[in-house]
Write a protein that binds this ligand. Structure first.
Ligand code: FES
Ligand code: FES
Length: 186
């Protein structure tokens, strides 16, 4: 079987699986990373939500063959390391507001929440009520009101990414002086 390689939670991994194997099964069954949950397997419930290159995705719906060796996949297990702390600020907010009930959907909820805040920040704005309405993570225990509250609390705690200083504008090159005409021969 072909070998597929990518970066998982900061470490390079290689797996020997069929091209059409979905990433969720690679994570859970081959690599033993069980944070992303299996709910529908169809990209509907969002229980498996993880990040690829910082953006939310559903590994249950992505074949391993479409993952490039430079892709960085982050699951709930690797989320705290992205801020260099034992817990990500969104997880702290989740605990403070006692969001979870059975807990099954919660890794996906938190991963969606972090991606949502990052997406809003990239557009230089805060998470809006319309953004929260658009979240599609299913919770059979009905924790939705606490999830919404925790996203706002987590957003306030999340460190802002340092912006790179703008490059100084290049000075315009001086125009070359016109060459003096060669003296005419007598
Ligand atoms: S298991 Fe991936 S979206 Fe439901
Ligand atoms: S906490 Fe039970 S499914 Fe969401």
């Amino acid at each position: 079987m072909p070998v597929h390689t990518f970066i998982l939670n900061g470490k390079r991994v290689s797996v020997d699986v069929a091209d059409d194997e979905r990433v969720l099964w690679v994570l859970r069954d081959v690599l033993g990373v069980n944070g992303p949950k299996y709910g529908c397997g169809l990209g509907v419930c969002q229980a498996c939500t993880s990040h690829i290159n910082g953006k939310a995705f559903n590994p249950c719906s992505v074949p391993i063959s479409s993952i490039r060796s430079s892709d960085r996949i982050t699951t709930i297990e690797g989320l705290p390391a992205t801020v260099g702390k034992p817990l990500h600020p969104m997880q702290e907010a989740w605990l403070e507001l006692d969001v979870a009930q059975c807990g099954f959907c919660q890794p996906g909820q938190i991963m969606s929440a972090v991606a949502l805040v990052e997406e809003a920040r990239a557009k230089r704005r805060k998470v809006s009520d319309a953004d929260l309405d658009a979240l599609r993570n299913v919770c059979r225990c009905g924790t939705y009101p606490r999830v919404r509250e925790a996203i706002k609390a987590g957003e306030a705690r999340m460190p802002k990414a340092k912006r790179k200083p703008a490059k100084p504008k290049a000075k315009p090159k001086p125009k070359p002086k016109p060459k003096a005409a060669a003296p005419k021969r007598p």
